[in-house]
Ligand binder design. Structure first.
Ligand code: CA
Length: 221
């Protein structure tokens, strides 16, 4: 899961990013509404954490504008404002969830997973495909009931492919779910991770669609 954090307070942002990354999530931070719009226009993310008090625009009005433009990603508002009217206004503006500062990081992570699960139309958090099971929240993977150990990037790659439910993801989309904004990406890195996943989970797990990208192979009944 790739998270975009929109938060101008450096120390809060730093704590959240460190916490999300420690939970195995790919997370990036921007500090203003303008930067958030630029990031959304140029890179892929799965869920947005939005602070309301931003330096250039109120988070609520940013959200309103993004929703009006058709932005469908799940959004969790993070704020110190605890008035009921603010919460209602946030949900009306198109937020999917609301968390008050100060908050517990485990709760934030659990809510992000729940948002993503709802966005994917799943009611339980475990993703299954044939003999393969993935718990995105804990990062555990089983093949035929046996636990399989994956690296953080292999896990992120597998989760992105499984969550796409058989849709083709191109290399840029996959790289976006694996790397933070400023990370150096070696040109061959994606192929290497795909190769490792196939070796650990079966050669036919991930299908290469020539010229387009990759997808999770369909399971024969
Ligand atoms: Ca703020």
């Amino acid at each position: 899961m790739r998270v975009l954090l929109v938060e101008d307070d450096e120390s809060i942002a730093h704590g959240i990013l460190a916490g999300l990354r420690a939970h195995g999530l790919t997370a990036d931070k921007v500090g203003s509404a303008a930067q958030a719009e630029a990031a959304l226009a140029t890179s892929h993310c799965d869920v947005i954490i939005l602070d309301l008090g931003l330096p250039d625009e109120d988070g609520m009005s940013l959200l309103h504008r993004l929703r009006a433009a058709g932005m469908a990603l799940p959004v969790l508002i993070l704020t110190a404002r605890d008035a009921v009217e603010d919460r209602v206004a946030g949900l009306r503006a198109g937020a999917d969830d609301y968390l008050l500062k100060p908050f517990d990081l485990n709760e934030l992570v659990a809510r992000l997973h729940a948002l993503l699960r709802r966005a994917a139309g799943r009611s339980v958090d475990i993703i299954e495909r044939g003999p393969l099971r993935l718990d995105p929240a804990s990062g555990e993977v089983w093949l035929d009931g046996q636990a399989v150990i994956l690296s953080r990037r292999e896990l992120a790659l597998l989760a992105a492919l499984l969550q796409a439910c058989g849709r083709i993801l191109n290399a840029d989309q996959l790289k976006d779910s694996l790397y933070h904004f400023n990370e150096e990406i070696e040109s061959n890195a994606l192929n290497v991770h795909i190769h490792h996943l196939r070796r650990k989970l079966g050669a036919d797990l991930i299908e290469t669609v020539r010229g387009l990208g990759y997808r999770i192979a369909t399971v024969n009944p």
